[in-house]
Design a protein around this ligand. Structure first.
Ligand SMILES: Nc1ncnc2c1ncn2[C@@H]1O[C@H](COP(=O)(O)OP(=O)(O)O)[C@@H](O)[C@H]1O
Ligand SMILES: [Mg+2]
Length: 263
């Protein structure tokens, strides 16, 4: 496989409500503030990353018409109100893409093909894909297109359940040759509640199992984080000095550091 100058990272977990979208939006903001150019691809028909970055959902503006050959990917990329962050938005129609893609021969490769077209322009340092919370064709095709995966986990019981499913998917992708180099590059623990013993226990348990795979940065549960999506703003801009903002800035720094290390 050819080396890409742009790193394509899918943020995934087939569970909903584990902080995937929040992490995509705020990691993008953190990277942007560090002068990295980021393309967010919203692959969830719920379009929470799209609205969280201040865009309205609009019919025909998503990967859906691209995947069905009705639009060019370059025309679908939208600026956001934030410097260095562009987005391929989602819309509810994206749900229909599952069926359309399934009809294509070699269907797991179609998202990859379109992303590769974007990458040849070479303007993005990172592509962050916000995956839907179910194992469907959109999620598997995203993983087929990714260089690596970040799994977000809520600091609660059963947090690790999601990971075994993704690990199996990764193994299948590697062994079948769909994406031979795919790796889980990191686990980000989210919604950490400092007041509970449970949260600390879960973090220790996950660290015990997965060691260095777990990011040092832990994202706290924060009211500011949960408020910011309704304003269409990443928490880094909505409440810059809040604990959530500080944590996501640290995550962006750790992310860059991890990617700069020779693999
Ligand atoms: N660290 C956090 N503190 C408080 N609320 C959070 C935090 N992270 C996410 N949330 C909220 O929890 C809900 C689920 O998060 P989200 O990122 O949408 O998860 P997913 O994309 O995995 O479904 C959202 O309402 C979001 O605003
Ligand atoms: Mg989401």
């Amino acid at each position: 496989m050819s080396e890409r100058a742009t790193r394509v990272v899918a943020v995934a977990n087939q569970k909903g409500g584990v902080g995937k979208t929040t992490t995509v939006v705020n990691l993008a903001a953190g990277l942007a503030l560090l002068d990295k150019t980021v393309l967010v691809i919203d692959l969830d028909p719920q379009a929470n990353a799209t609205s969280g970055l201040g865009l309205e959902r609009s019919p025909g503006v998503s990967l859906y018409p691209v995947l069905t050959g009705k639009a060019d990917v370059a025309d679908i990329i939208q600026p956001t109100p934030y410097a260095n962050i562009n987005i391929i938005p989602a819309e509810i129609d994206l749900a229909g893409a599952e069926i359309e893609i399934a009809r294509e021969e070699n269907h797991l490769a179609v998202v990859r093909r379109e992303i590769d077209r974007v990458l040849t322009a070479g303007v993005f340092d990172y592509v962050l894909m916000d995956c839907p919370p179910s194992i469907g064709i959109l999620m598997t095709s995203s993983l087929a297109a990714a260089d690596s995966i970040i799994v977000t986990m809520q600091c609660e019981y059963y947090a690790m359940e999601g990971l075994s499913v993704i690990s199996q998917l990764v193994q299948q992708m590697r062994e079948s040759g769909v994406n031979p180099d795919l790796t889980i590059e990191g686990i980000v623990m989210t919604m950490f509640d400092v007041r509970t013993r449970l949260a600390s226990d879960v973090v220790s348990e996950v660290r015990q199992h997965f060691g260095d795979l777990v990011y040092d940065t832990i994202i706290p549960r924060s009211v500011r984080i949960s408020e910011s999506p309704s304003f269409g703003e990443p928490v880094l801009f909505f409440a810059p000095s809040s604990s959530g903002s500080i944590a996501y800035k640290a995550l962006a720094q750790e992310f860059i550091k991890r990617h700069s290390l020779p693999v």
